[in-house]
Design a protein around this ligand. Structure first.
Ligand SMILES: [Zn+2]
Length: 238
């Protein structure tokens, strides 16, 4: 069974840092959205429950997941699990009918990343191999589906911060100070930014799925190149 996924992080990747692997390890999961035939859309805030959901499926399909999303999940998985036991209702989400592979449980982030990478079909990497250069998801989505992304990684980080600050700090502070209407408004606004973040992440998961399905069906996908030409590339996805 396939699972499509995308994550957003709490911080932007620091591209100025010399050690890019260290910069990647420093990122924290803000949200992850998955889609699979068996569970439909699921939203995760914890790297451990997201990691478990991914491992319950045979193949992970995403865009840039090998260098990015898999690393974020793997490097946050053990810390998230150590910090807090997973609530009952989240563990119950694990599909009883999907047989887990009898591989030994990964013990380090590196093991975990290798396991995720081994099951991943990364559309960006696959297309890079064919074209010789890297495509942006938006160029591919606009070319193939004629619709694009709903934001940017920078916006996603801002939405995350606004949602977290409003909910964790200001709702509480306002209630403490007896401004209940203000607290309710802050709560609503926090929920609004949270929703934007989830929708942005969910849209990327859906775009990836639709591009993949298009490629399976038509044996090619389209993208806008840097010169503004719509071009196609053959794929043999299945
Ligand atoms: Zn599933």
């Amino acid at each position: 069974m396939d699972i499509y996924y995308d994550v957003e992080t709490k911080e932007l990747l620091d591209l100025t840092r010399q050690d890019q692997q260290a910069a990647l390890r420093a990122l924290h999961l803000a949200v992850g959205v998955t889609w699979c035939e068996c569970h439909k859309e699921q939203i995760f805030y914890r790297a451990d429950s997201l990691g478990d959901a991914l491992l319950a499926h045979e193949r992970l399909i995403g865009f840039s997941i090998k260098p990015f999303d898999n690393a974020v999940v793997a490097h946050n998985y053990f810390a998230a699990r150590a910090a807090m036991p997973i609530p009952e209702n989240e563990t119950r989400r694990a599909p009883p009918f999907v047989k887990r592979e009898m591989t030994p449980a990964p013990e380090t982030p590196e093991d975990f990343k290798r396991l995720l990478d081994g099951r991943s079909l990364d559309l960006q990497l696959d297309l890079e191999t064919r074209l010789g250069y890297r495509l942006a998801l938006n160029a591919l989505a606009q070319g193939t589906l004629r619709r694009g992304k709903q934001g940017t990684p920078a916006l996603a980080v801002i939405w995350y911060r606004l949602a977290a600050q409003l909910k964790q700090r200001y709702v509480y502070a306002l209630r403490e100070a007896n401004d209940h209407e203000g607290a309710d408004r802050a709560q609503e606004l926090g929920a609004y930014y949270q929703k934007r973040l989830e929708q942005y992440c969910g849209t990327d998961t859906q775009l990836t799925r639709q591009i993949f399905e298009y490629g399976v069906k038509h044996r090619r996908v389209f993208f806008w190149d840097v010169e503004g030409e719509r071009r196609s590339v053959k794929v043999d996805w299945r």
